[in-house]
Design a protein around this ligand. Sequence first.
Ligand SMILES: Cc1cc2nc3c(=O)[nH]c(=O)nc-3n(C[C@H](O)[C@H](O)[C@H](O)COP(=O)(O)O)c2cc1C
Length: 227
Amino acid sequence: MSTVNFLLLSGSPRGKTSTSYSLLRYLKTQLENLGKSCELSIAHKIMRKEADFENFSNLLDSADYLIVTMPLYVDSLPSHVIETFTRLLKTRRNNSFKGTPKFLAIVNSGFPEQHQNLLALNICQQFAQEANLDWIGGIPFGGGAIIGGTPLDSSGGRGKQARFAMEILAEALSEDKEIPEECISRINKLIIPKRIYMMMGNIRWRKQLGSNKVRDRLNDQPFLASE
Ligand SMILES: Cc1cc2nc3c(=O)[nH]c(=O)nc-3n(C[C@H](O)[C@H](O)[C@H](O)COP(=O)(O)O)c2cc1C
């Protein structure tokens, strides 16, 4: 049976054109350059085929690290990441929690403040505890939307801080050290003023309202309890 040092899982439904995937792809290259073996998968893809999920789950039993990246969805995890975690938990319970890989998660958000991602990271930590994974911490990434799924090595200035963060993360993990504080501060350095970032976000949001023909429904509150 094959084994890997680092099992990497991207949790964005946008697949290979997501910030979550581009972070992991760059991290994988750094780790491989340092002599580590890695396997990179996409959550909704491994959930589609029984054999793929089984392979992932078997690799997890003997991996040194599990690293999961994902977007923040409504202050929480995307639904199929929840589904993947739930299924992994069940499988690990059935095999008496074989192996205790170290686990870290990176959650990226549209809003630029890193604290937006803390609740989602707490949920990941809770999963780690229940699934007998060794939680080594989370990396909140505010404003990950600026990468917009571009591969980090071709994202120029936009991806500069994220590249640096992934490089120092790979170096630390390959020596079994903690997540460097600098990794978190670097990845959260906005390359444009926050005011401009928010303005661009609002323009994009309004464009999407237009292309989906729901401009007049921006203030809808469908889940508001009726009096
Ligand atoms: C359904 C949905 C819900 C979202 N909820 C939030 C949110 O609660 N807070 C936030 O800051 N960004 C939110 N976002 C923005 C994404 O987190 C952001 O665009 C992220 O960079 C996407 O990462 P990805 O490319 O890895 O998928 C949401 C996006 C979608 C599509």
